[in-house]
Design a protein around this ligand. Structure first.
Ligand SMILES: [Zn+2]
Length: 281
């Protein structure tokens, strides 16, 4: 008998899919890296999706690791690098255990960055790639996502353009095996010339690739049945106000959970007031 995670259609008999959202602690200035407020918006917007049970945890990591036991998908929105909550203590091993049972994993903005020698290999396996310091870059720029591929995560999403700290030159698996590019655009020459947010650069390998398209969000279907999702935007909280940006991420979380994304995508309107709620400071 196989225990591989077989995607269920929404509305089918069976247990709800369980998605766990994990928000990092306070970081940056008001309106930037608003992990808690962003996760609360995602949780609220997904609350009416049939067949989906969402729970959210804050301040970097759940107090009790057993909350992951029933998870079908886990999504991380938190600061990364050496302080990434997922590389602390023995959490990489914990996460590996869940990955091995077919759990899907998403990571958003700084959460896609882990040290090369401490999580890099795992992220490449789990979600297809990661932000590698001095190889990847993090300038602010405004891509135009005009050519959207046919993928459930793009359901109901129209071409859009949003200014964000869209990381690129992600360290993907060799030959990008299994990586499906979803949001792609070519940064301008100015963007490649820098300065990047940190370190400022410019790097020769980035400048030399002028004109080349870059992947800033992608999906992965792992051999173990689990799925992976990477999204490098998410610096500015106000970007949740963009209907296509928001729908794109919500669709991704439904897809990550193994459910069918509605044909028109996840509909969730939010107000200006909602965008001001729950900010860290
Ligand atoms: Zn940022």
């Amino acid at each position: 008998m196989t225990i591989a995670a077989v995607p269920a259609s929404s509305g089918e008999q069976g247990e709800d899919r369980h998605l766990i959202l994990v928000a990092g602690g306070p970081s940056h200035a008001t309106g930037e890296h608003e992990h808690r407020a962003g996760i609360l918006l995602m949780e609220q917007c997904l609350s009416d999706v049939p067949g989906l049970n969402v729970s959210a945890h804050f301040d970097g990591w759940p107090d009790d690791d057993t909350v992951f036991d029933g998870a079908d998908a886990i999504h991380l929105f938190m600061d990364g690098g050496g302080g990434h909550p997922v590389i602390q203590d023995r959490r990489l091993e914990l996460m590996q255990e869940h990955i091995d049972r077919g759990v899907s994993l998403g990571a958003m903005h700084y959460a896609v960055e882990v040290p090369e020698d401490d999580g890099g290999e795992q992220f490449m396996d789990w979600i297809g790639g990661y932000y590698e310091t001095h190889f990847s870059v993090n300038p602010f720029w405004e891509p135009h996502f005009d050519n959207l591929p046919n993928h459930p995560i793009l359901s109901g999403v129209a071409p859009f353009s949003v200014r964000d700290e869209w990381y690129f030159s992600i360290r993907f698996r060799e030959d990008q095996v299994g990586v499906t590019p979803l949001l792609v655009d070519a940064p301008s020459d100015d963007t490649r010339d820098g300065p990047y947010v940190y370190p400022h650069g410019p790097y020769d390998h980035i400048v030399e690739q002028k004109g080349k398209s870059e992947i800033v969000s992608w999906a992965v279907e792992r051999m173990d049945g689990g799925r992976g999702f990477g999204f490098t935007g998410g610096h500015f909280h106000e970007n949740w106000g963009d209907d296509n940006f928001r729908k794109y991420v919500l669709n991704a979380l439904v897809w990550l959970s193994g459910l069918e994304v509605p044909a028109n995508g996840v509909e969730c309107m939010i107000t200006e007031e909602q965008l001001q709620e729950n900010l860290d400071r």
